[in-house]
Write a protein that binds this ligand. Structure first.
Ligand code: SF4
Ligand code: MG
Length: 325
């Protein structure tokens, strides 16, 4: 089937006092209808910025966005702002880490959910309120009929995230982008929110893009994962394959540094060093200063993302030679 979203050579740079800094350096990927995709990376890897660029949330200037993002046979990046606004929310919705501050503290949660629906669907206040209650039920906010009159500060962080999800789902989007949706929450609540997202995704058949630094979440929630490093895609694979046999040393390092659920090994193997600052990209492979497998070529020649087996790709000169975890 044709992809729902087709991202081609997306680049994002920013003007800074130190010159032009590259945040995303030419990434290409596709999303199929109903697919669940995880984008993994440390902070500063470009995983959020890329999606924000797609959503039209980057201020230009100082930002510069280039490439092509096809949705419904149109390039999202070049369409008039009016069409783009409509697309955003209506067809592609996004939820963020900090739900509490994304909500308006001076409006009841019911009003905030209802307004999204009323303004776009041009329905009556009463219909919009009914819809808000229905959505609050769907995201499992208990006693929705009463709680519709509460303000965000009367809700816990987890409940605020449910309100955000209800708002995002109000217009039946085809794609839901969730950027670190559970990072601010404690572990039990994290799990509940992810279970809810997975359930809603299955029921609605929408595509889900989960942006996270948490490999555990990705393993449990999505079909396919992409790993980003220093603004580029370094690996893309079905989740099971990725965890079984990572093709990129960085992915391998991430997996080895995951806390193990069975507690068999208490020792974490963190990857040595830190990611490069945006303005100071190393020559060749951006990961080479931290890579335990590097060879001479790695510091000279940048590896391109290339197919390495069925449905997977990696950007490493030695992708075929990476030992199993
Ligand atoms: Fe490591 Fe070289 Fe592969 Fe980069 S290209 S990840 S430095 S082995
Ligand atoms: Mg981010």
């Amino acid at each position: 089937p044709a992809p729902l979203l087709d991202v081609r050579d997306l680049r994002v740079t920013f003007d800074t006092p130190h010159g032009l800094v590259r945040a995303v350096g030419g990434v290409s990927w596709t999303l199929s209808p109903g697919e669940t995709l995880g984008i993994i990376g440390e902070s500063g890897s470009g995983k959020s910025v890329g999606l924000e660029a797609i959503m039209g949330l980057i201020k230009t200037p100082p930002g510069h966005v280039s490439g092509q993002v096809m949705f419904d046979r149109r390039d999202v990046l070049t369409m008039p702002e009016r069409d783009r606004r409509q697309l955003r929310g209506e067809k592609i919705a996004m939820i963020f880490q900090d739900a509490m501050s994304a909500l308006n503290p001076s409006l009841t949660v019911g009003t905030q959910i209802a307004e999204v629906y009323r303004l776009r669907r041009k329905c009556s206040h009463a219909d919009a309120e009914r819809k808000a209650i229905e959505l609050m039920d769907r995201v499992k906010i208990p006693s929705a009929k009463t709680r519709i009159g509460n303000y965000p500060h009367e809700f816990s962080g987890g409940m605020c995230q449910r309100v955000m999800i209800a708002t995002a789902l109000a217009l039946n989007p085809q794609i839901l982008i969730a950027d670190e949706p559970t990072t601010a929450l404690d572990v039990t609540v994290q799990r509940q929110i992810m279970t809810l997202l997975a359930e809603l995704q299955r029921e609605d058949g929408m595509a889900l893009v989960l942006i996270t630094h948490d490999l555990g979440l990705v393993a449990e929630t999505v079909d396919r994962a992409m790993v980003m490093y220093a603004g580029r895609l370094v690996e893309s694979a079905p989740v099971s394959a990725l965890f079984e046999v990572p093709s990129h040393p960085y992915t391998r390092g991430l997996i080895r540094s995951m806390p193990r659920i069975d507690g068999a090994s208490g020792k974490l193997h963190a990857i040595g060093g830190t990611p490069p600052a945006a303005g100071r990209m190393p020559k060749g492979c951006a990961f080479h200063p931290r890579c335990e497998m590097r060879v001479e070529r790695c510091g000279i020649e940048r590896p391109n993302l290339r197919p390495v087996g069925k449905n997977r790709a990696a950007a490493c000169h030695l992708a075929e030679e990476i030992p199993h975890v």
